[in-house]
Design a protein around this ligand. Structure first.
Ligand SMILES: Nc1ncnc2c1ncn2[C@@H]1O[C@H](COP(=O)(O)OP(=O)(O)OP(=O)(O)O)[C@@H](O)[C@H]1O
Ligand SMILES: [Mg+2]
Length: 239
């Protein structure tokens, strides 16, 4: 059971807070693992939106999409959140695009990249940070060991400043395999939580499912639940 002393960041997403035991434990580092198109980016952005409405500031660091493209995606996907851009303009949700090409030529550059991210996060006193995605770091690391070490370095830096973090990671194989090495990591112990988003094609229809694989300090649900992506956000259907 929850001891009650842990503060939780509400996701605000329909059906998700009850799934994670009331919210994401404050100061934790959470991995959003999922197949391409399963909704990792949009789910992260929706969580930031609900928190922005409660005046909880956040930073979204993207190595994937440029800021203007991302804003367009948000507008198209979350048609009902018509004030989303206002929160971006007021920096309640700070969106920063970081090109990775320069940042990874050496160890020092990686450390500088992380310290730049930390400065960004601290600039608007963010309580939540999203890094979308860590998959983009993989090709610039020589091997799984270096990748594991780099991600650990990153989660430790985030832990030091007490920010609740979401790191997205794209996987292409079936999520039934729980061996960390199958996703290129020697261990996943640097993450306090792992949430898996999967997408299955069944008789021509796409079915989405979400599962909390682990979440420290939380009595989270163990079952996988279906979800829908609608223009007013995600909807996790409870059992
Ligand atoms: N308004 C909407 N209604 C239903 N589905 C939508 C809507 N907007 C977007 N989607 C779905 O969401 C998917 C994109 O989600 P998102 O970009 O968050 O996925 P992702 O997991 O981040 O993917 P990637 O691995 O490519 O980064 C689209 O492929 C589309 O199927
Ligand atoms: Mg994405």
């Amino acid at each position: 059971m929850d001891s009650g002393v842990i503060n939780r960041i509400k996701t605000g997403v329909k059906g998700l807070d009850s799934m994670v035991g009331g919210g994401l434990p404050e100061g934790s580092q959470i991995l959003f693992l999922g197949s391409p198109g399963a909704g990792k980016t949009l789910l992260s952005l929706e969580i930031l939106y609900h928190n922005a409405r409660l005046e909880v500031p956040s930073t979204f660091i993207t190595s994937e999409e440029r800021k203007d493209a991302l804003i367009n995606n948000i507008k198209n996907a979350f048609y009902s959140f018509d004030d989303y851009e206002d929160y971006i303009n007021s920096k309640m949700i700070q969106i920063n695009h970081k090109a990775l090409i320069e940042g990874f030529k050496s160890r020092e550059n990686f450390e500088k990249f992380i310290s730049d991210c930390i400065s960004d996060i601290q600039a608007n006193k963010s309580k939540i940070a999203v890094f979308d995605s860590i998959s983009s770091l993989r090709p610039i690391m020589e091997d799984d060991r270096t990748f594991t070490r780099s991600i650990t370095y990153m989660t430790e830096a985030l832990r030091d400043i007490g920010v609740t973090s979401i790191l997205t990671y794209e996987i292409n194989q079936s999520i039934s395999n729980r061996d960390p090495l199958s996703i290129g990591l020697y261990s996943t112990s640097m993450f306090d939580g792992i949430i898996v988003l999967s997408m299955n094609r069944n008789e021509g229809a796409t079915q989405y499912a979400i599962e909390v694989t682990k979440l420290r300090n939380s009595s989270h649900k163990l079952s996988s639940l279906p979800y829908q992506i609608t223009d007013s956000g995600f909807d996790v259907l409870s059992d």
